[in-house]
Design a protein around this ligand. Structure first.
Ligand code: PEP
Ligand code: MG
Length: 584
């Protein structure tokens, strides 16, 4: 069965499915072969109960000082060890010869149904506790836990509704062959994280968590954006061959990784990498990135527990800046909100239009100062640039410049070294920033176009919603015209213009962006070799011709098709998504 989604991170992978945190467990009735297998199943059930008990005992310790919390956990442990319930499950396994998870889920359904009929609200509420214990047991039995992933011994395909940054932060990339999710879009945070780790991913699959059972075989095509569940033999062979070819091309490109990014007529283009975690610096270097063009600092919050201090900020930025020096490192201040880090934040009807980016930071100047101070201190390496997200108003840039000056003055007074000439820039992510750019530019040394948000806000299409994913198109004429305008405004005031949205890492977009006059590109580390190859396939003049033709075409589909016809065959190693329809 083939399920079409949205390509989120390139590559082709095969592997058994690993369901992460599925809320509704899909329990399949598996018949056992006889008494021997039933005995093994009983042992598996008892081991699982012991393992959940050990988890609960750890949990009890962590809430030791809260009497109510301790009581709740102790009650869960009593339920877990309830001899009547356990006896019922064991009897079903031996009498009906069914697997443990099926026997358990039948028992749970019975108990829940009986509880629902009770009048006493207190007892009815206890149903939630039984559900909790049942969920813990089923998670382990079905292998939906990260520990099971670690134990699996072979790379698996992670299947989830969506992934939180903390889910991803804990992943060992060697264990994950690919990521597939129900929700998200090509520029949602899950896609960004997968790309950062170089793991193939397909998102916006609708209900892949409902279709896939644990250990089903999956083929994931992160170039064309589809997943095949339990492929037929020929499909499997085809996928294996495509994967081998893809890896071979990657390997040969990696050999050229350290060459500079240069057009066919010898113009150097600064090609840097987007990172979310400091650990990615090594990969950036391996892939031949000439710096960091976007450090999305909000993701480091996933690995910091509690309130961040200035020292936390400083150590992280200093490490990255030191490791990359003398290549430039652009550190973007927190861009919380939207689809990132909602916990604890007020609910909003339209989070992408709400409390987000500098809107939040400027409201908490003390917190903001800590981050700015950390970045300024790391600028002692001489290669740091600071960048601000979600700028829409001149007042925001004025306030930001005041804050940066204040922080710099403070450091000077304290004799702490920093780069007084550190470049300050902002992201162009909204039509407001594009159309009023001439008014904003005096406050900056550079700008970087965030095509992910610029596309979303220009087309009024939520970048994470699968329902409108087919309308989300950075090649739409309205987006291209804005990129063109930003370059012209920027150059008119002597400022450089970069692109750091996902579009910059799409090989097809390379001639277009260069032709429009973009000075620098920043992309996921894993795609740097592809983009470098693409840059080398065009002269600036030929790229300019493609861009000018693109600006005269009426639809995103026409623009893709035209660029595709100019690109196809120029770089045979680079796999392009030949689906030229909108909706990527
Ligand atoms: C963008 O909007 O294009 C961008 C690079 O920022 P983010 O994806 O973090 O919103
Ligand atoms: Mg953005």
């Amino acid at each position: 069965m083939r399920v079409q989604g949205v390509a989120a991170s390139p590559g082709i992978a095969l592997g058994p499915a690993f369901l992460l945190k599925s809320k509704d467990f899909k329990v399949v009735r598996r018949e056992l072969s006889g008494a021997d297998e039933a005995a093994r199943e009983l042992k598996r059930l008892r081991d699982t109960i012991d393992s959940v008990d050990a988890d609960l005992s750890r949990l009890a310790k962590s809430v030791e000082h809260v009497a109510e919390g301790r009581q709740i956990v102790e009650f869960l442990r009593l339920l877990l060890r309830d001899p009547v319930m356990q006896g019922e499950v064991e009897q079903r396994i031996t009498d009906e010869l069914v697997c443990a998870e099926f026997a358990l889920s039948v028992m749970l359904q019975d108990v829940m149904a009986r509880f629902r009929e009770l009048d006493d609200p207190y007892i009815r509420e206890r149903a939630a506790d039984i559900r909790d214990v049942g969920r813990r047991l089923l998670e382990k039995l079905l292998g939906t836990e990260k520990e099971a992933l670690a134990r699996s011994g072979e790379p698996m395909v992670l299947v989830a509704g969506d992934l939180s940054p903390s889910d991803v932060a804990g992943i060992d990339t060697g264990q994950v062959a690919a990521i597939v999710t129900d929700r998200g879009g090509s520029t949602s945070h899950t896609a960004i994280l997968a790309r950062g780790m170089g793991i193939p991913a397909v998102v916006a699959l609708g209900n892949i968590t409902g279709v896939v059972s644990p250990r089903d075989t999956l083929v994931v095509d992160g170039i064309h954006g589809f997943v095949v569940v339990n492929p037929a033999r020929e499909e499997l062979e085809y996928a294996r061959a495509a994967r081998a070819e893809y890896l071979e091309v990657k390997r040969s490109m990696a050999e050229d990784a350290q060459k500079p990014a240069e057009t066919a007529d010898g113009v150097r283009i600064e090609l840097s990498a987007n990172i979310e975690f400091p650990r990615e610096v090594e990969q950036v270097k391996r892939c031949g990135g000439q710096g960091i063009g976007l450090f999305r600092t909000e993701f480091i919050r996933a690995s910091m527990h509690g309130v961040e201090t200035e020292e936390d900020h400083f150590h992280i930025y200093d490490r990255v800046a030191g490791a990359m020096a003398p290549d430039p490192v652009i550190i973007r201040t927190y861009d919380m909100g939207g689809d990132k880090f909602r916990p604890g934040m007020a609910r909003e009807a339209n989070p992408f239009l709400g409390y987000r980016g500098v809107r939040i930071c400027l409201d908490s100047p003390d917190e903001f100062r800590k981050q700015i101070r950390g970045i300024l201190r790391a600028s002692r390496h001489g290669n740091v640039r600071i960048m601000f997200p979600m700028i829409t108003h001149v007042e925001q840039m004025r306030r930001i410049r005041e804050l940066v000056s204040e922080v710099g003055d403070g450091l000077s007074r304290e004799g702490i070294p920093f780069d007084a000439g550190m470049q300050v820039g902002f992201m162009v992510e909204t039509p407001a920033a594009v159309t009023a750019l001439d008014l904003l530019l005096p406050y900056a040394d550079f700008v970087s176009i965030g095509t992910n948000d610029l596309t979303q806000y220009t087309l009024a299409v939520d970048r994470g919603s699968p329902l409108v994913a087919d309308l989300y198109d950075p090649y739409h004429p309205a987006v291209l015209r804005q990129i063109d305008q930003v370059v012209r405004f920027g150059h008119a005031q002597g400022k450089w213009v970069g692109v750091c949205g996902v579009m910059a890492g799409d090989p097809l977009a390379v001639p277009l962006l260069l032709g429009l006059g973009v000075d620098k590109l920043s992309v996921a580390a894993a795609v740097i070799p592809d983009i470098k190859k693409m840059i080398s396939a065009f002269t600036i003049e030929s790229a300019a011709r493609i861009a000018s033709e693109a600006l005269s075409l009426p639809t995103g589909r026409d623009i893709r098709a035209m660029v595709y016809s100019r690109v196809a065959g120029k770089c045979p190693g680079i796999l392009l998504d030949e689906n030229l329809g909108i909706g990527r």
